[in-house]
Design a protein around this ligand. Structure first.
Ligand SMILES: *[C@@H]1O[C@H](CO)[C@@H](O)[C@H](O)[C@H]1NC(C)=O
Length: 377
C-alpha cells in the first residue's frame, strides 16, 4: 500500500490524473486540496472524490496527454499553468524550488541544526536506528567540526533525474527535511566529549516512519520518546510525504509567538499534522493542549508551538543541543535587514547568504538563500 499510495500521491500533486486507488489515505488526500491553491487543480474534480479511473479532459493544462508527457516537461508545463491561472493573484507563482509540491510556497522549512557530542554515534543513531541516510558531510579543520546531514531522502527541491513516477520509491524524491549534525571532527585530546544542554524548551522532533522500522515500537504501544545526545525524537508509525514532521517548541506567550512566526518568517497556521489513515488512531500522537502548527504547507515540515503551562514558572531555556531551524528563502540579506535580523550577510567562511533571527523565546532560525543552498548540494 505504501508504494501505490505514495506513487499516486506524487502523481496527484503533479496534477496528473493517473490512477487513484480507492485506498488513498485521507491525510494524503488533504494535500491535494491544499495544492489546488496553487491553481493547478483548481478546475479539476477533487482527486479524492474521483473513482479509480483517470480523466484526461484537462490535459490542455499540461499541454499534452498527461501520460505521454515527460516528467520534466510536465513540471515546466505545470509551472506555466500556474503562472496563467494565478496571474490575477498578487501571490504569483514565484515558488521556491521546482517541485510541483512547492509551487505554492515561497519558503521551505529545510533542516534543523543539532549539536552532538560524538558525530559517529549520532550518525549511527539516526541511520541505523531511525532509518535515515547521510546526504552531505563536510569537515572544518579550523573549527574542529564534522557537519553531517542526515535525511529520509534527497534534499534538493527539484525532481531527481533518476526518479520515475510509479516506479521509484518516495524516498528517492526531492524535498526532504534534513538534520544537520554538528560534532567534533577529532575527539578532544582529554577524551572528554562536549556537553550540550538540552534546555527545557525544545520538546522533541516528530517523525512518522513506515511500520517495519518500528515494529517493536508498535508492539509496545505505538509511541515512544527517546533520543541521542539530549534531543528527543517522537517517533510513530505513519505515512507522510516526508517522515520529518515538525520541531515542537515550548513557548511562553503563544499569541506573541504565532505573530512572530507569521510576521518575521511568513509562516501560516495549519491543522495539526497527521500521518495515520484512521481518523482517531490510537497510534497518532495527540495534539498537545493548545498547540499551534505553523509552516509553509500543511504537508511540509514546520514548527509546533506548545504554550507553556500557566503553573510552569520556570523560564524557558533554549539550551544548546538544538541549535536552529533553517528556512530556504530568497533575497534573505534584504529580508534580514527588514526584519531586524541579528545577522544578515554571508555565512562565515562560505558564499551562502543567510539572515539569523531569534523568536520571542530565543529559538533561532536561519533564512538561507535558495540558490546558494542549491549550489551547496
Ligand atoms: C564525519 O564523521 C563521519 C563519522 O565518523 C565520517 O564517516 C565522515 O566521513 C566525516 N565527514 C568528514 C567530511 O570528515
Amino acid at each position: 500500500m505504501w508504494s501505490s499510495a505514495t506513487a499516486s500521491l506524487v502523481l496527484l500533486l503533479a496534477g496528473v490524473h493517473a490512477f487513484v486507488p480507492s485506498s488513498l489515505p485521507q491525510h494524503l488526500c488533504r494535500h491535494s486540496i491544499s495544492s489546488s491553491s496553487a491553481g493547478i487543480q483548481s478546475k479539476r474534480q477533487h482527486p479524492c472524490t474521483l473513482g479509480s479511473q483517470s480523466s484526461n479532459d484537462e490535459s490542455s493544462l499540461a499541454g499534452a496527454g498527461a501520460a505521454a508527457v515527460e516528467r520534466r516537461q510536465f513540471i515546466a508545463a505545470a509551472a506555466s499553468a500556474c503562472a496563467v491561472l494565478v496571474a490575477g493573484s498578487p501571490e504569483g507563482c514565484n515558488a521556491i524550488g521546482e517541485l510541483p509540491e512547492t509551487l505554492s510556497q515561497k519558503r521551505f522549512v529545510q533542516h534543523a541544526v543539532v549539536n552532538v557530542p560524538d558525530i559517529e554515534a549520532a550518525i549511527r543513531f539516526y541511520t541505523e536506528g531511525l532509518g535515515m541516510r547521510v546526504v552531505r558531510s563536510r569537515a572544518d579543520t579550523s573549527a574542529n567540526t564534522n557537519t553531517t546531514f542526515v535525511a529520509y531522502g534527497p534534499e534538493q527541491l527539484t525532481v531527481p533525474k533518476d526518479w520515475a513516477p510509479g516506479v521509484s520509491s518516495f524516498a528517492a524524491y526531492g524535498g526532504h527535511f534534513s538534520l544537520e549534525l554538528v560534532g567534533p571532527l577529532n575527539p578532544p585530546a582529554d577524551g572528554e566529549l562536549p556537553f550540550y544542554d538540552p534546555g527545557n524548551g525544545v520538546q522533541y522532533i516528530q517523525i512518522a516512519v513506515d511500520t517495519y522500522r518500528i515494529s517493536k515500537v508498535i508492539a509496545a504501544g505505538g509511541e515512544v520518546i527517546f533520543g541521542y545526545g539530549g534531543l528527543k525524537i517522537n517517533l510513530f508509525s505513519g505515512v507522510r510525504r516526508d517522515p520529518m514532521m515538525f520541531v515542537a517548541l515550548k513557548v511562553s506567550d503563544l499569541k506573541k509567538s504565532v505573530q512572530w512566526y507569521t510576521d518575521v518568517l511568513g509562516m501560516s497556521q495549519f491543522p495539526y499534522p497527521k500521518a495515520r489513515e484512521a481518523v482517531d488512531s490510537v497510534f497518532e500522537p495527540k495534539q498537545p493542549k493548545g498547540s499551534v502548527f505553523m509552516g509553509y504547507d500543511e504537508d511540509g515540515s514546520g514548527v509546533l508551538l506548545i504554550p507553556k503551562d500557566k503553573k510552569d514558572k520556570a523560564p524557558i531555556v533554549v539550551g544548546s543541543a538544538y541549535s536552529k531551524l533553517a528556512v530556504l528563502a530568497t533575497d534573505v540579506e534584504d529580508e534580514g535587514k527588514r526584519v531586524g535580523a541579528m545577522y544578515a550577510g554571508k555565512a562565515p567562511g562560505t558564499s551562502t547568504s543567510v539572515a539569523v533571527v531569534a523568536d520571542p523565546d530565543g529559538y533561532t532560525t536561519v533564512l538561507v538563500e535558495y540558490d546558494d543552498f542549491a549550489r551547496e548540494l
